[in-house]
Ligand binder design. Sequence first.
Ligand code: DX5
Ligand code: ZN
Length: 219
Amino acid sequence: MSREPMIAPSLLSADFARLADEVQRIADADWVHVDVMDAHFVPNLTLGLPVVQAIQRVSPVPLDCHLMIEDPERWAPGYAEAGARNVTVHAEACSDPRAVARDLRAAGALAGLALKPGTPLEAYLDVLPEFDTLLVMTVEPGFGGQSFMPEVLPKVREARRLVQTGHLQLFLEVDGGINADTIGAAAEAGADVFVAGSAVYGAEDPAAAIAGLRALAAR
Ligand code: DX5
Ligand code: ZN
């Protein structure tokens, strides 16, 4: 592991009627993960730019926007302009990932590329130098509360190897089914940013859940 593990609670499992309070409950997280879904790229619909702008105004934690949307070329830069720390687009939805990465960085955000469980890393090795974050999905995107897919871990391991050998410089983020039982395996494979929705917001004490996950990832 090259960096201290970072925990990014996912607001998908928070109470959407109380988002200002919900970001305060995770004030000691590293990033707050915001799942934007358009009912086209994934079969679910969540929230969009106006809500992200509102969260940005009140959040004590930097925003990590995960765009599960079609046509990210058109929509992603707005999230960077809104002040998000990291904006991640799906490789499967991009016709020109390089151009999106440049636009995101030009707007002041870190640029992230997400891969669905079945999408191979090899296909994107040439564009990844333009990105700051690689988000490896450990469930099929669309819903919180699904089971972690350990069969995706070799992809994390391969990405970590490429970072360690100096070929890439990336945050390695995992998203989906991360909890106290699974975070150790993801950390061991080389992930350093851990999204957790139900494991944090489903807990009695979200701050304690974050601390527990951080400690398990650091082991
Ligand atoms: C799923 C989202 C995830 C989701 C994770 O498509 O990208 O961020 O909120 O939820 P858990 O941690 O409950 O699997
Ligand atoms: Zn997500």
